[in-house]
Unconditional design. Sequence first.
Length: 491
Amino acid sequence: MADELTPETPDEAEQPIKQRKNGLYPGVSDELADSMKSGWADTELRDLQPVEQAPNAAERRAALSRRFPGERLVIPAGNLKTRSNDTEYSFRAATEYVYLTGDQTDDSVLVLEPRGGGAEGAEGHDATLYRLPRSDRENGEFWLDGMGELWVGRRHSLTEAEVLYGLPCKDVRELADALKEATGPVRVVRGHDAGIEAALTDKVTAERDEELRVYLSEARLVKDAFEVAELQKAVDSTVRGFEDVVKVLDKAEATSERYIEGTFFLRARVEGNDVGYGSICAAGPHACTLHWVRNNGEVRSGDLLLLDAGVETNSLYTADVTRTLPINGRYSDLQRKIYDAVYAAQEAGIAAVKPGAGFRDFHDAAQRVLTEHLVEWGLVEGPVERVLELGLQRRWTLHGTGHMLGLDVHDCAAARTESYVNGTLEPGMVLTVEPGLYFQADDLTVPEEYRGIGVRIEDDILVTSDGNRNLSAGLPRRSDEVEEWMARLKG
Ligand SMILES: [Mn+2]
């Protein structure tokens, strides 16, 4: 083994790709190779405690086990993705894997094995976490392999991971072969680990795998106490990130929207894992581009800034908040008129969020208020009922009024229509309420002064037993309160 990894005469073609791609000098003497095998302290961590959400993850696995009795279930964390040449994007574990384990380690795979080989009468599953062990010092992989710990950082040993996640752990490098040999029904969460999927290619069907994905999406519709607390943390960091942005608007005016993106990102990286999605830092007419993430535009006094951004916590729960701010601290009359209409629509939407209400109700409530204003302003011919029936308001309202929020910003996206869009709100659901009005810069159907104005207000709302709680109430929403808040921050 050592000879293959430490050739005296470098033969590039014979070397593992990962070894070459980190640019390690391949000529390694036997003496150096021997030296690198020993002289390292024992660093095993022996006083670890389970991660906070380990009991929650165990309950989720138990529910999953009940839904798919007798079947082998394979849930990969995913692998690093190449950005360019030999650099990779920062890793973000698959939501399904995180939800069921509390772990975020790349190349790991959770497997639920039916007890008794799935035989009639056997109940439940045994869960195993397959993951990369610590790098071997004997064969040199820890410093000669691109995935070695010397390059990428220390990993938890399998024993440490067993304590952290409350699951037996095995070497993931044995998993593909084991899956190829295994018999019986099996399902895999697709789209995260091509190697694992290749090992299962003859044993799975798209339809059955989709049922697993749908189940794991619907299971996340109602959040537990840990998840609600994490979402509140994400929102609280996001509030601070918005305050950071207000304080540097003069610097953004001197540079570009990128200054806003960078400022918010700093808060996200210091207090959390990352931003939960690309920050939309849309000044002036860019506010009318719904997913404006180029963020390379000018920031001008007198324009609005639509900032749609969310911090993702270290446990990977994300906020999703939007404020539309006057860059100079004060809305113009027309900006305020449009802003106040969106605010009224959001108020109506939030009021419709309560247990037992339909998921569509808050959307309908907000759309009605927006439409009433559009008719009142003479932008579309009434009556309001006719406009709503034909959906004519959508030229300016553009998108749905909200979505579930959690580990994914658009959480539970694979849930069936009957359990989500046509479903009923329950305590523990967390969703956004985010109406908007957008007048495109080239929209000849509206008066010229409207053109290039876009307003969205978005908050993160928890359904409670008697109504709802606005998790992002820490950020002012009413136009006069936004102005006061900005004045205070700008000092
Ligand atoms: Mn949103």
